[in-house]
Design a protein around this ligand. Structure first.
Ligand SMILES: NC(=O)c1ccc[n+]([C@@H]2O[C@H](COP(=O)([O-])OP(=O)(O)OC[C@H]3O[C@@H](n4cnc5c(N)ncnc54)[C@H](O)[C@@H]3O)[C@@H](O)[C@H]2O)c1
Length: 286
């Protein structure tokens, strides 16, 4: 186990970010480090975390701590909490960003263990972090924020994405419930939930159950040509600083949400939005 850190920090603001070794989490880490915020980088992928934290600690010395942790394992999350408290008295932001996409296939073709794994990481892992750290945040005198990473797939569902979409819908319900409970008990913690559209990250490299390789390559290429993670991270940090609850970094996601809601209210069939049309056209390509 490795750590890049100063022994202990006193005055700096602190962000704890899960899934910080890659993609949006790594971009969020960089944005906060650039702002002079200290970051606790958390990731399951030890070698990537080691590489990225070593690189960043040369650019931002004494500003980060890297802790390998699989958020699906409660004992590892408990150890993460102990190590974090040794490092800092306060946490200003917790980003529940770690996530996986799982199998991209019709629900009847996805191995149940794969669905379970997606829910374990995207939902139960998030709950482990919330349950471990909420008591600390409640005790703090200054306000703090919990930011949960959902996806546009929390606001609509579509072909081949049942496991991922179910998990992100659960993140939406979890975040709204968390918000209401914290408000009711007047705890000094704000909640945000983020619904990004396609972002250029390595999320798809861990995909399993690929219906056809051409489709997977097309989808990977779509991601590679989508919005850079740094852009999305800047947008998120800005909106979180304004204490927004619902954060939609991409305009088209507002449309998907509206169309879906209208279909429900009018009791029509689910709306076939642009993402669904795009996925269909990618699947058809041979
Ligand atoms: N890339 C997109 O298009 C997109 C769109 C919407 C939402 N999101 C969401 O953004 C978040 C970040 O994804 P990304 O696109 O940056 O993907 P990514 O694969 O680049 O990064 C995810 C990180 O999470 C880590 N991780 C996975 N399981 C973990 C576990 N059990 N414990 C700790 N760390 C774990 C991975 O090692 C990886 O470093 C995810 O929640 C994802 O669902 C991504």
């Amino acid at each position: 186990m490795f750590f890049y850190s100063i022994a202990r920090i006193n005055k700096m603001s602190v962000a704890l970010i899960t899934g910080a070794a890659s993609g949006i989490g790594l971009a969020l880490t960089t944005v906060y480090l650039e702002q002079g915020v200290s970051v606790v980088m958390v990731d399951k992928d030890e070698s990537k975390l080691h590489f990225e934290s070593a690189r960043l600690s040369t650019l931002f010395p004494n500003q980060l701590l890297a802790i390998p942790c699989d958020i699906t394992k409660s004992e590892e999350v408990a150890a993460l909490k102990v190590r974090t408290i040794q490092y800092t008295d306060q946490i200003d932001w917790i980003y529940n960003n770690a996530g996986i996409i799982g199998s991209i296939a019709p629900v009847w073709d996805i191995n149940i263990d794969n669905i379970r794994q997606v829910l374990e990481v995207n939902v139960l892992g998030m709950i482990h972090i919330i349950q471990a750290f909420i008591p600390l945040l409640i005790q703090q005198t200054q306000r703090s924020s919990i930011v949960n990473m959902a996806s546009m797939y929390a606001l609509c569902a579509g072909s081949l994405m049942s496991a991922y979409s179910m998990s992100k819908h659960a993140v939406l319900a979890l975040s709204e419930s968390l918000h209401f409970d914290l408000q009711r008990l007047q705890h000094p913690i704000d909640v945000s939930i983020v619904f990004p559209s396609f972002t250029d990250t390595s999320l798809l490299s861990k995909t399993t159950g690929i219906p056809n390789p051409t489709f997977h390559e097309s989808l990977k290429s779509l991601l590679a040509h989508s919005r850079p993670a740094a852009d999305v991270a800047h947008h998120i940090v800005q909106e979180v600083s304004q204490k927004k609850f619902y954060i939609l970094p991409d305009k088209e996601v507002k449309g998907y949400c509206e169309e879906r809601t209208r279909s429900i209210i009018l009791q029509e069939n689910p709306h076939r939005n642009n993402i669904e049309q795009l996925m269909n056209s990618l699947v058809k390509r041979k």
